[in-house]
Design a binder for this molecule. Structure first.
Ligand code: FMN
Length: 186
């Protein structure tokens, strides 16, 4: 029972830290590595910004609907998220299911949540990743945008804190909407 209290407390803390990552600009969890695996089964990773963490621990980021990561997610919505805090030597490996949200449902997020200068990220005439002659000459769309939100619902979180005398490694799993943790050999 005591063990359970301990892992529950750690889960609460990690939830708080993730929330801070989405609200505090200098927090180490502001950026994370997103891993996807599409149909060709090779792992792809990239850095994205953590935009929102809901009460149910859904984690959101913004992207261009035409990007490779979206193609991957459409093929296979199982994704991996990697967070690392170098000061606390703390790593979170999150496994979850990604949902792509586009169109009317997120018009307000785009109008209020994306500053003018960042909108160009979602309005290039050519899709992101298209080869370019001159990086200074990029054409932007005036009316349309390809903005979308990806929301990840985690089902497993692995917590690892390097510390003395013993490192701490815990696997949290979600079953029937409830999270429980078990200690693992680090
Ligand atoms: C600091 C930093 C933050 C980034 N944030 C985002 C982001 O929030 N969303 C995004 O789509 N790409 C972001 N990128 C770019 C991605 O890492 C990636 O290069 C791009 O999205 C194309 O990835 P893809 O071809 O795998 O889809 C960021 C890159 C850096 C260096």
């Amino acid at each position: 029972m005591k063990h359970m209290e301990r892992t529950d407390q750690i889960f609460k803390n990690l939830q708080e830290e993730l929330k801070k990552g989405s609200t505090q600009k200098s927090h180490p969890f502001r950026y994370f590595t997103l891993g996807t695996v599409g149909l060709e089964r090779s792992a792809r990773q990239r850095t994205v910004v953590l935009r929102k963490v809901s009460e149910e621990l859904q984690l959101s980021f913004y992207t261009d609907f035409r990007s490779k990561k979206i193609i991957h997610i459409k093929e296979n919505n199982k994704v991996g998220l990697l967070f690392y805090d170098p000061e606390r030597l703390l790593q979170l490996k999150i496994e979850g299911l990604a949902t792509i949200i586009k169109g009317k449902a997120i018009e307000e997020t785009y109008s209020n949540g994306v500053p003018e200068r960042a909108r160009k990220d979602y309005t290039t005439a050519l899709a992101p990743g298209t080869p370019l002659e001159d990086p200074k000459v990029i054409e932007y769309l005036k009316k349309e945008n390809h903005f979308c939100v990806v929301e990840v619902t985690p089902y497993r979180i692995e917590y690892l804190k390097l510390q003395q005398p013993e490192h701490l490694r815990i696997r949290f799993s979600k079953r029937q909407e409830l999270w429980s943790g078990e200690f693992l050999v680090p």
